[in-house]
Write a protein that binds this ligand. Structure first.
Ligand SMILES: [Ca+2]
Length: 322
């Protein structure tokens, strides 16, 4: 029933990035081919470490992890209040046994796009530094992906989002964001005004707490820090599944219940930046190709599918040859 997909990830791991990885490796029709680490929730170096930790926690050593660029900002304020200083809640996880490949994340993106044109789906859920670097070196590289799905941006402004919500994947590298989001690369945008509403229900949290699979156990190890942060924001002990939502829409586009096409403008906002889908043409949208934006999705179906995946077996594809 499900279409077979091979996906490449660009991640700033991050608790919800880690949960996304756990979900994807549990999808029977999806193979995670390679991971690139970017900065955002933590440094790119910690992101790579956390990607390896997450994979190793569920027994996977066959997925290559490439280190990407660090933030160009003089004082990149990561998000220790959300994800901990190490990115996974500062719970003293052991160092990973494996290490990064030695290839840069941008070079990995370019190489894979050339080796397997129109075969791979790219899911990018952190700062866009690696994608911008790939575009700078090879402007056609990202077009050779079958699809590119990004978590970030506001679908529009001022509605429907509260004004102070941080567009973190944009502001950690505004120039890279502008380069990628204004490029002619076809992209599907899962905006944060949608993903912030994708919060786990109590039944999901109970299922993960009681889950006996390696994915559920690791998820429950890292989730409490994230839920503690989100408690004040959501008014209950839960958390928004930003990155898992983007990944699940990438592998199951039928989850999107509304899709609009809007040019996206990266603009200063306070002392940071944000990216906004423009509903009307304006001077600042000139020359910016529209992107597909998903303002609405079937969030209950997503949450059930995502949590169910963590309670099922790991895709056996990662066992072969290792
Ligand atoms: Ca992320």
């Amino acid at each position: 029933m499900s279409e077979q997909r091979a996906v490449v990830l660009d991640v700033d791991v991050g608790i919800d990035d880690a949960l996304m990885i756990l979900g994807l490796v549990s999808e029977p029709a999806v193979e995670v081919v390679a991971i690139g680490a970017t900065h955002g929730n933590c440094t790119a170096a910690n992101s790579a470490r956390n990607a390896l930790r997450t994979l190793e926690a569920v027994g996977i050593t066959s997925v290559p992890v490439a280190l990407g660029r660090e933030s160009p900002l003089a004082e990149p304020t990561s998000a220790p209040q959300v994800h901990g200083h190490d990115g996974l809640g500062d719970i003293g996880l052991p160092e990973p046994a494996g290490s990064v490949t030695g290839e840069s994340a941008a070079d990995q993106l370019i190489r894979l796009s050339s080796e397997r044109p129109d075969e791979l789906d790219l899911i990018t859920v952190g700062s866009l530094s690696n994608l911008a670097a790939a575009l700078e070196k090879d402007p056609e590289s990202l077009k050779r992906y079958r699809s590119v799905t990004y978590l970030g941006c506001l679908s529009r402004y001022p509605e429907p989002i509260v004004p102070d919500y941080n567009d973190a994947n944009v502001y950690f590298d505004p120039n890279a964001s502008r380069a990628v989001l204004s490029s002619d690369t076809p992209m599907t945008i899962v905006p944060i005004d949608l993903s912030r509403r994708a919060a786990l229900e109590d039944r999901h949290l109970d299922a993960l707490k009681n889950g006996q699979t390696p994915q559920a156990r690791f998820a429950w190890t890292i989730l409490p820090y994230y839920c503690n942060f989100y408690q004040e924001r959501l008014g209950r002990w839960s958390a928004s599944m930003h990155d898992p939502l983007a990944a699940t829409i990438a592998i199951d586009p039928s989850l999107a219940t509304e899709v609009v096409e809007r040019p996206i403008v990266v603009e200063p906002y306070g002392d940071r930046h944000r990216a906004v889908g423009r509903t009307e043409p304006s001077a600042d949208t000139a020359g910016i190709p529209a992107k597909r934006i998903v303002p609405q999705a079937d969030l209950p179906r997503f949450l059930d599918r995502f949590v169910d995946s963590l309670l099922g077996p790991i895709n056996p594809v990662y066992q072969s040859g290792n």
